[in-house]
Design a protein around this ligand. Sequence first.
Ligand SMILES: Nc1nc2c(ncn2[C@@H]2O[C@H](COP(=O)(O)OP(=O)(O)OP(=O)(O)O)[C@@H](O)[C@H]2O)c(=O)[nH]1
Ligand SMILES: [Mg+2]
Length: 509
Amino acid sequence: VALIDPESDALVIRIVYDGPPMVGKTTSVQRLASGLGGNVVIPEEVNGRTVFFDWLDYTGGLFEGRRIRCQIVSVPGQASLASRRRHLLESADVVVFVADSTRAELDIAKKYLDGLRSVLERSGKTAVGIVLQANKRDHEEAVPITELRDLLGTADSRVAIVESVATDGLGVREAFVLAVRLALDRVRELMRLNLLQMAKPEIDSAEDLLSELTGKEHGSLALATEFGLTHTRLAEVQSRPLAATALESVLRPTHHSNPPTPSPPESVAPALPGGDVASGMIWPPVDGRLILHEAGLTPNLLTCDKTGNWFATDGSKWTLHSHAEARFDAINAGRQALVAWARMHVASLNHISRRRCIVLSEDGSSGYRLWQLHARESSIIDQFTPSLRISPEAMTTSLSELIERVFGLSALCSKTAPGIHITPATTSVDPSGPRFSGNMPHPAAETIAPIAQSESSLLREIASDLSFALPDMVRSGRAMLELLDAHAAESRSDSIRLTRRFVRRYVVT
Ligand SMILES: Nc1nc2c(ncn2[C@@H]2O[C@H](COP(=O)(O)OP(=O)(O)OP(=O)(O)O)[C@@H](O)[C@H]2O)c(=O)[nH]1
Ligand SMILES: [Mg+2]
């Protein structure tokens, strides 16, 4: 839907509340309305069940100097109303998927969520973010939040999870604020692609939407009549002007409390990128914010190495890193570096791990810092290790597979993103082939003529990453070499040649 209404010069975005029946969609929208100041319009309800949608119109905050108008719409959850649901989802700029997080309800939540994702995938190429509002956390059967992601099959992090108790209004606003940020990320991406339209919204009120939906159902209110309803006149939609409420806080980044210090920035741990980073400061546009949200960074883990690079890991799942030179006094310089870096990422998109983002954020010392955040992937070393306990044959096969992948990836990356340093530890496997899962080089490094990794330096990297396995390999070294010689006689494959070279140089010395 996102467009600019030339009449009011407002940016119009649509936030759709989706989810299975009876999970708390209407309750959430009503809670939001009482917080934001507005009335929810509910065209038809039967026994407290939504038949068409709930509609809340809210104007507030500014985006690039324009007022933002949010059309907040919730869909009917009942399966018999599936076509209305699909139609509303196709118009979303972001979806808040409300789920009942009790164990018994997770199967149906997963089914609806899968349905939602397939609708969004089909309906356009500009990403539409999903905020999963895990509702009914007050319930004693509520599943622990750590299990929820796995049970719902959202491990690939295209979904941000926010906990809520809609009946008490807890978490509802947080989910909404995150959703608005994701919608604005999408708007910025549409602007970049020149796809943001300047047009009067076809649907400007709950009444317009109702007549469109009923029009799709052959201009009749057949379904409503079936439910024994007559179409009642809608209450006036209240659209509150710019109030000092939620959207304000979306658009005004909170300033970090650290006072500016005169000492060199390296001596003070920089502030971490937070969820309030403005749109346009994260790449990729929508998914980047979802990743940042999932990682849920906490500041106490930050360390500086000897060369001034900052890094943190949250233990097992994520790596956060900032190059020493990635600090900028002025936002424009930082933004240019962000764009250059995003280009480097895009150029090697098929060869780098998928779950990663880059962010430019205030560093707490009146400057800006460029960060990269990526999921820790299991490396090809993890696949190689079990072969050590099997046989010299298994070891040989696994080793030559590992060598083939490292060399293959290095060749691919040298074309698209020179400067990437491939080692077994930074090579992961994905169904589509090996991918680089380490830290991307600083964007400025791109301009320096890259030195391709030579055959002998790659073999040395492999020996160093596999040093833990060398004693085992040495014990089977002779057998491995015989197998490789036999293979070499019948095949001219490069990986056999390289594996032989490796075994001769590092194993049987
Ligand atoms: N315990 C508990 N109950 C909740 C919570 N949120 C909503 N409910 C209850 O769940 C029931 C359904 O809520 P609704 O908001 O009508 O659900 P809905 O998703 O709009 O349902 P449909 O319109 O039929 O799709 C109501 O009885 C709510 O009071 C919550 O956080 N905790
Ligand atoms: Mg409802």
